[in-house]
Design a protein around this ligand. Structure first.
Ligand code: C2E
Ligand code: MG
Ligand code: MG
Length: 393
């Protein structure tokens, strides 16, 4: 399919671009949590043209930001309409790094907030790196501006192309979207499966959520739920839908399998990480003669239990399990572990032996209850999986 710059200019003027909406599901709740807005071009002569066939050209021709501006306006209109229907999720729009060469996109978002058309939670901004963004300070600072307005920034297509780990350190991403190719290859080898596991672990360590796209079957869905992903997107849930179809889809309140097991696994991993960070810091502080420790010795430790990664799960979505004694039992040793952690962090190493023992004991007790809770849920979920298999067989 051959399109040229004039075609795109005409399409912009004639408003030939439309959006389709691909539902996303929350793995912990099993319900629709939002949708990704995907551009569709209904060319008057050529019919449907894939975004892969014109977005790169629009970027080259300097037209991408006009397209993004139209897309965002359409998404704002759509979310207002959906809110009227009681929809509580958010819409994610795709943007190009080139969109942040000027203030246009920020101005549109700012205006929508000022006019109270949307709240910052209604729209998420996906960013796909099409060329290395590295040292382009104007782009980086505008992207910071977007998150300062409260919008969530999601790194799209993570694991492929230019979406680098280095960029994760430069921009305030709140989520990673694992590339559909990476998800698709999971089933092909254990190595590929472990890459996905490691990406999720890395994201959790960086306090980022993980969205998996390109989920085409039940097995991939279930694996990613147990691995601790937050949101699912892919043909197994639904293809991209026209707006009216999406509304009907949301109204039908579809339910998908949900599990807290992935988050319990990560709560355990976060606990292991916290213990190591505190012990390292205590050891390093003892070795350092310099009171102003270099930043490498200031690990990402939060002593307030609610602010820790485990705490964010426990006091957040984990509360779905609050009636279970093994869940309730986690709170006390976790709190004690953090109380001792503060003292340990500030103590001289030679005075800290007793503290380390008490710290370890609280650590072990926290893990023990996490594991008991995990075993309890696994028993229940395996029963329901067997029932489901019998039902379908
Ligand atoms: P993306 O942002 O990674 O979007 C996901 C793409 O994967 C979509 O293709 C979607 O239809 C497809 N997909 C979803 N689930 C599955 C699945 O289970 N299996 C497979 N094989 N594919 C799945 P689409 O709509 O053709 O879009 C392609 C790319 O074009 C997008 O990739 C995005 O990078 C770009 N794009 C789409 N809409 C826009 C837009 O409004 N603005 C910009 N700048 N780029 C856009
Ligand atoms: Mg995307
Ligand atoms: Mg993608």
């Amino acid at each position: 399919m051959k399109v040229n710059t004039q075609d795109i200019e005409r399409a912009l003027a004639n408003q030939e671009f439309e959006l389709q909406y691909q539902p996303k599901v929350n793995f912990l709740k099993g319900c629709v949590s939002g949708a990704e807005c995907l551009i569709r071009w209904n060319h008057p002569d050529e019919g449907f043209i894939s975004p892969d066939d014109f977005i790169p050209l629009a970027e080259k021709a300097g037209l991408i930001t006009e397209i993004t501006a139209q897309i965002i306006s359409m998404a704002i209109k759509a979310i207002k309409d959906l809110r009227g229907e009681g929809f509580e999720g958010s819409l994610a729009v795709n943007t190009s790094p080139l969109d942040y060469k000027t203030n246009l996109i920020i101005d549109i978002l700012q205006e929508a907030l000022d006019q109270k058309e949307i709240s910052c939670h209604d729209i998420q901004i996906e960013l796909t790196e099409t060329a290395t963004l590295g040292n382009q300070n104007d782009i980086l600072s505008r992207l910071h501006h977007v998150t300062d307005l409260g919008f969530k920034l999601v790194m799209d297509d993570f694991g492929t192309g230019y979406s680098s780990i280095d960029l994760l350190g430069q921009l305030p991403f709140s989520a990673l979207k694992v590339d559909q190719g990476v998800i698709g290859r999971m089933a092909k080898s254990t190595k590929n499966l472990n890459i996905v596991n490691m990406v999720i672990n890395m994201a959790r360590t960086l306090r980022m959520d993980v969205v998996a796209e390109g989920i085409e079957d039940r097995n991939a869905y279930q694996f990613l739920a147990y691995a601790g992903c937050l949101e699912a997107q892919g043909y197994w849930i639904s293809k991209p839908l026209h707006f009216d179809e999406f509304k009907t889809f949301v109204k039908s309140k579809p339910r998908y399998p949900s599990s807290q097991l992935g988050m319990i696994y990560h709560a355990h991993m976060n606990n292991v990480y916290f213990r190591k960070s505190v012990l390292d810091a205590a050891l390093y502080a003892n070795e350092s003669t310099d009171l102003h420790m270099p930043s490498v010795a200031n690990p990402d430790i939060f002593f307030e239990p609610k602010e820790t990664r485990l705490g964010q799960w426990y006091f957040g979505i984990g509360q779905q399990l609050s009636d279970r004694p093994n869940f309730q039992a986690i709170e006390e040793p976790h709190r004690i572990m953090h109380e001792i952690g503060v003292n340990l962090f500030n103590a001289k190493f030679e005075d800290s032996h007793e503290m380390i023992l008490a710290f370890n004991e609280a650590f072990e007790r926290t893990n023990e209850y996490l594991h008991l809770l995990e075993a309890e849920l696994m028993a229940e979920e395996s029963v329901s999986l067997v029932q489901e298999a019998k039902g379908s067989g």
